[in-house]
Design a protein around this ligand. Structure first.
Ligand SMILES: [Zn+2]
Length: 599
């Protein structure tokens, strides 16, 4: 039975480069999950994009004397390039700064308004008379009214960690950002739209309390508490900012009102699905993931994003009901699962881009391979608790597992076969009980590993594949074809044929995790074709200008999640090592790079 699987991956802010914490938090697990389902023959749609709006972008633009558009476009292009190199197979990685996303976000806003889920309210906000504008909370600095710290931000105090009410800051001033901003601030009244979370709460609570046994406890438990607390109220979904999506209400854009970034960025999952459909000439196709109740929509995010995806986004979907769909019985699908990840630390400390305490994607790839990154990150995935990237451990995982257990297994069997059987898969004749037993174990891996991936236990799934590779090594130790070949070549042929078939199966079991090496191995084994499809850059023109994207064309992919049927006589290709062994000294060199100003 073919399933429709929507893989929704968190939208990164386009205000800084991507580091390993970002990759492991959402992009990589989403890709592993998607690749597996594609191999299973399911209809997979993977969407995400750059979050181009909001103060993270404008703050950086102000600090660098650039426009917000320049900042977002610069980082967006780098995201596309990095995801291609790491092999994150987005069907569409787009941005929130597109005509399509503007329209879909505004339409969701209008649907919420028509269904009575929005209200307006007047609040007080700091106003700068020199700049003649309201300042977002992040732009205001002052003394914390909780702990007395004198450089607290309007939205949060970095000293005591509390979320703050900006209007209560003591001695507020505009945050210095290159330009002179010493003018006094005054509180002025401003009107905003609010999402009525309280109205959605009963439906939210009912939904969160049914069929969620497959959710991670750290995701479902706090979400149930939040939805059932009776404390969900309105939350402002518009703000005074000149960068972002205009509020689609007469007179509001002229007053400088934009949709709040947290409100519109999550709509990106829907708008990107719609954009993907249009780009592929099937404008209604997205409905198969968004309205078909059998479809599964799975959200890959970091834990800091959990309330937005498990409470607020479902509230938006419940309130909107339906868009671009005339059948009143149909409503937008709520998340099937939200396997949020905990955080990744680095050498025992929190990752910090500004202190350069980070392993940056591009920098890593300048010295190591994408599969080495994917392997190590999967092996330490913070699925149930925070994890730590340690360079020494990276080298150990690479050398002991990826190289010794898996790469060497494939390479030595292939090389041996290539030499002794004239580069062909040997004819084994009838297999012996030990051969049949090994192949049965490997074949069973398609079930066990598949079930682990489906329940998003990716770390355990990879561990299971590695232990299957260890089984093949053990089998070879017992059979010892290296000496057997001199005494009784027909027996050695049975061993090598069995090992090759096991390796051909392991190639597929490893493929969602380390796809680049699986493709190479596929070719060394003498097969043709690509296990997965091709990633392609695109440029789309619209009324806002043009934006770049990354897409996936799976039409030529031949990989299938099923055991090998390797035929005797198949011609191999000259094998090469699959992975590079790393010098243990690199751990020290890499640690020395951390915390230094980047080049
Ligand atoms: Zn404080």
């Amino acid at each position: 039975m073919t399933e429709n699987i929507l893989v929704s991956i968190a939208w990164p802010y386009a205000n800084a480069d991507i580091h390993v914490g970002n990759i492991v938090g959402s992009h990589l697990p989403g890709d592993i999950f998607a690749r597996y389902h594609r191999l299973r023959g399911n209809r997979v749609l993977v969407v995400s994009g750059s979050d181009a709006h909001g103060t993270p972008i404008t703050v950086r633009a102000d600090a660098e004397g650039k426009s917000s558009q320049e900042v977002y476009e610069y980082f967006h292009k780098r995201f596309l390039e990095l995801f291609k190199r790491v092999g994150i197979t987005y069907d569409l990685f787009t941005t929130t700064h597109t005509e399509n996303h503007f329209k879909v976000s505004q339409d969701i806003f209008l649907a919420l308004r028509a269904n009575g889920y929005l209200f307006t309210q007047t609040e007080q906000q700091w106003y700068s008379s020199t700049e003649k504008r309201f300042l977002p909370d992040r732009y205001v600095e002052g003394t914390c009214y909780i702990c007395g710290y004198d450089k607290a931000r309007g939205d949060q105090c970095d000293n005591c960690g509390n979320l703050l009410d900006a209007t209560k800051l003591i001695g507020p001033r505009a945050r210095a950002s290159g330009s002179a901003r010493s003018s006094a601030l005054e509180l002025r009244e401003t009107e905003h739209f609010y999402l009525d979370l309280g109205k959605a709460a009963p439906q939210l609570a009912a939904w969160l309390n049914e069929d969620k046994e497959h959710w991670r406890p750290q995701v479902i438990n706090p979400s149930r508490t939040q939805a059932g607390s009776g404390e969900l109220r309105g939350r402002a979904i518009t703000r005074d900012l000149d960068w972002g999506i205009p509020v689609p209400v007469e007179g509001w854009p002229e007053r400088g009102k934009r949709l709040y970034v947290w409100f519109e960025a999550v709509i990106g999952y829907l708008s990107a699905s719609i954009e993907w459909s249009a780009l592929n000439g099937k404008p209604q196709a997205w409905k198969e993931w968004w309205y078909d109740k059998a479809a599964k929509t799975v959200y890959f995010i970091g834990k800091d994003n959990t309330p937005f995806h498990a409470v607020i986004w479902p509230a938006e979907l419940i309130g909107a009901g339906r868009v671009y769909e005339s059948d009143p019985a149909k409503t937008l699908n709520l998340p099937y699962d939200i396997p949020a990840n905990e955080f990744l630390n680095l050498e025992g400390q929190k990752i910090s881009g500004s202190r350069n305490w980070a392993v940056w994607g591009f920098d890593f790839l300048s010295r190591y391979d994408a599969d080495a990154l994917r392997y190590y990150l999967t092996a330490i995935l913070p699925e149930s608790k925070d994890a730590d990237w340690a360079w020494e451990e990276f080298v150990q995982h690479n050398n002991n597992e990826l190289v010794a257990t898996w790469g060497n297994l494939a390479n030595r069997v292939l090389t041996f076969c290539y030499r002794h059987w004239e580069g062909q898969v040997p004819d084994a004749g009838a297999l012996r009980p030990a051969d049949v037993e090994l192949l049965a174990k490997i074949d069973n891996g398609f079930k066990t590993v598949g079930e682990l991936i489906e329940s998003v236990k990716l770390r355990a799934a990879l561990g299971e594949v590695v232990s299957l590779a260890t089984e093949v090594n053990r089998y070879l130790d017992v059979q010892s074809p290296w000496s057997q070949v001199k005494i009784e070549k027909a027996e050695a042929a049975k061993t090598i044929y069995t090992a090759l078939r096991a390796i051909d199966s392991l190639k597929i079991l490893f493929a969602p995790f380390v796809p680049f090496s699986s493709q190479k191995l596929h070719e060394y084994l003498g097969h043709d074709g690509q296990l997965f499809g091709a990633q392609k850059f695109i440029t789309v023109a619209d009324s806002l200008g043009a934006h770049d994207g990354l897409t996936y064309d799976g039409s030529g992919a031949i990989g299938r999640w099923q055991p090998s049927t390797l035929r005797p006589g198949q011609a191999l290709r000259q094998p090469q090592p699959l992975f590079r062994k790393l010098d243990e000294k690199i751990a020290e060199e890499e640690r020395a790079r951390l915390g230094r100003p980047s080049a």
